[in-house]
Design a protein around this ligand. Structure first.
Ligand code: FNR
Length: 175
């Protein structure tokens, strides 16, 4: 997308981060991934061939109806959201729980609408604390966990993802 030179700089920074970060183009059909970093590849087993696909490929045939509905609504309303999804590691085939923090990036004339997502692989003890009923995602519990156990991890990522969002916004303005 536009602002190629500037995106190169952001990409270098994002590539080095120790946590997963993804950018999707919401203006293109089926909202394809336009960027993910090596940490995302490690967490999910995704490879370069997944670029250009919608990130739902990670779900395999697991049930994520409540979380998916929340994501679709949040993207339509252009508000941030936090959900837990069941995902499948693309290399090992193992199921893991993915805490996804999504943020919409504002629309500017002639610039695509983007979303930035950062993914956490939840540790077994974090998952136990969430007391997830089978096949169900409890958003209130997710919010509670985000407030307590994951506070530090979340805040550090929030800052990084906000920075990415702000940079993308300023470059969109310049485009
Ligand atoms: C996603 N989505 C997503 N889904 C998932 O299972 N694991 C993930 O890591 C991510 N990451 C992610 C990042 C970004 C930036 C976006 C915009 C979305 C969600 C997925 O792509 C899709 O939006 C949801 O599944 C809801 O739409 P559907 O599948 O109901 O059409």
């Amino acid at each position: 997308f536009s602002g190629k030179v500037e995106f190169g700089k952001l990409q270098n920074a994002l590539d080095k981060m120790h946590f997963a970060i993804t950018i999707s183009n919401l203006s293109a059909p089926d909202q394809p991934l336009v960027y993910f970093n090596p940490a995302f590849q490690t967490l999910t087993g995704a490879t370069a061939e997944h670029l250009g696909q919608n990130c739902r490929f990670l779900q395999g045939d697991t049930e994520n109806d409540a979380a998916r509905a929340e994501i679709r609504t949040a993207l339509t309303e252009k508000r941030p959201t936090l959900v837990v999804l069941k995902n499948v590691h693309q290399q090992s085939g193992e199921l893991f729980h993915n805490l996804l923090m999504l943020e919409h990036v504002g629309v500017y004339e002639n610039a695509p609408e983007l979303a930035v997502g950062t993914q956490f692989g939840l540790l077994p003890e974090e998952l136990n604390d969430m007391d997830l009923p089978d096949g169900q995602v409890r958003h209130s519990v997710v919010a509670q966990v985000a407030d307590t156990i994951l506070r530090t991890r979340l805040q550090r990522r929030r800052i990084a993802s906000d920075t990415a969002v702000r940079l993308l916004q300023s470059w969109s303005i310049m485009a």
